[in-house]
Design a protein around this ligand. Structure first.
Ligand code: 48H
Ligand code: FE2
Length: 259
C-alpha cells in the first residue's frame, strides 16, 4: 500500500481549514452539542439555513450519554415521540406515556441527523465571548478548548452569524456572557439569569419548551439553558423537553412558531 504520511496531514489541514473558513459566516451558530443543540441544528439545516455548531468537549451529546445516574437509558414522553421517530431512534414502552431509549443510540442518531442535514459540527472549540453591535448579537468569540483548559494566554477568533442559540445546558454560558458584558439586559423578569428551580419533571418539561425564546436580540436559548435563564424547574433524565425545545428554537428562527 503506497501512502505518504505527509499527504494525510495535508488532507486533514486543508479540509479543516476550508470548512472552518466556510463556517465563519453563517445563518445560525449553535453553542453546545447536547440534545437541544443537535435537534435545533438538524431542523435549521434541513430548512437550508447555514448552521454551525460549536461543542466544547471531544464528543457531542452533552448530558444524554449518561442517562440517569449512568444507567444509559433515557425516558421520553408522548409529546416527544414524533421526534424519536423523526430521527429513527428505537424505543420501548415502559408504561403508557413513558418510553425508553438507549442514550447511546439517541446521541448517535441525533448527531448523524444533524450532520447529514448539513449542519457543520466543530468539537473541541469553546465559545468564550459574544459579539454585539447596535444591541444585537452578531456572532461569537471562539477558542480551542485546550487553550482554556491549559489557561494559556492565546487570543481567540470570531465567527459571524445572524442568530445564536445558547444550548449550553445548566450553565447557560452564552446568556451569562451577555449579562457579564452588557448588564441585566435579558428579556427575563429581572433582566438577569433567573436560575434553575428544583427537580419537578412535569413542570420542568413544560417550562423548557415555553422558555425557549429570544432572550436578547439575535440570541435564543434552548434546552436546559432555557430554564436556567428563565427560572424553570429541572426535570432529571427525561429528554422530551430538550428535543422539543431544540425544534422550537429552530421554528422560531424559521418564523414557523409564534412566541
Ligand atoms: C461550547 C459548550 C459551552 C461553550 C457548554 O448539557 P447539555 O446536554 O444541554 P441540553 O440543554 O441539550 O440538555 C440538557 C440535558 O443534558 C440535561 O442536563 C438535563 C435534561 N438535565 C436535567 C437535570 O435535572 O439535571 O449539553 C450542553 C453542551 C455540552 O456538550 C457542553 O460541553 C457544551 O454544551 N458547552 N460548548 N462552548 N462555552 N458550554
Ligand atoms: Fe442535567
Amino acid at each position: 500500500m503506497h501512502l505518504e504520511d505527509v499527504t494525510i496531514s495535508k488532507a486533514i489541514i486543508t479540509r479543516y481549514q476550508e470548512e472552518l473558513l466556510e463556517a465563519l459566516e453563517s445563518d445560525v451558530a449553535v453553542v453546545g452539542g447536547g440534545p437541544a443543540g443537535l435537534v435545533a441544528a438538524y431542523y435549521l439545516a434541513r430548512a437550508n439555513k447555514k448552521v454551525v455548531l460549536f461543542e466544547r468537549k471531544l464528543s457531542v451529546g452533552g448530558g444524554m450519554w449518561g442517562g440517569g445516574m449512568m444507567f444509559n437509558q433515557i425516558v421520553v414522553q408522548d409529546e416527544a415521540l414524533p421526534l424519536l421517530k423523526e430521527f429513527g431512534i428505537s424505543f420501548r414502552t415502559f408504561e403508557e406515556g413513558y418510553y425508553t431509549a438507549s442514550s447511546v443510540e439517541a446521541v448517535a442518531a441525533l448527531t448523524l441527523g444533524a450532520v447529514r442535514s448539513g449542519a457543520k459540527i466543530y468539537n473541541l472549540i469553546s465559545v468564550e465571548d459574544v459579539m454585539v453591535r447596535d444591541n444585537r448579537i452578531t456572532g461569537l468569540v471562539i477558542n480551542w478548548t485546550p487553550v482554556d483548559l491549559g489557561r494559556l494566554h492565546v487570543d481567540p477568533l470570531t465567527v459571524q452569524s445572524a442568530y445564536v442559540i445558547d444550548c449550553t445546558g445548566h450553565d447557560a454560558q452564552v446568556a451569562s456572557m451577555v449579562v457579564k458584558k452588557m448588564g441585566a439586559v435579558l428579556r427575563t423578569r429581572t433582566g438577569n439569569l433567573e436560575g434553575e428551580k428544583p427537580m419537578w419533571a412535569a413542570r420542568g418539561e413544560t417550562a423548557t419548551v415555553a422558555n425557549t425564546r429570544e432572550i436578547f436580540p439575535g440570541l435564543l436559548v434552548a434546552g436546559m439553558a432555557a430554564n436556567a435563564v428563565c427560572g424553570g424547574h429541572r426535570m432529571g433524565p427525561i429528554f422530551g423537553g430538550m428535543l422539543l425545545s431544540g425544534r422550537r428554537a429552530a421554528r422560531l428562527i424559521l418564523g414557523e412558531d409564534e412566541e
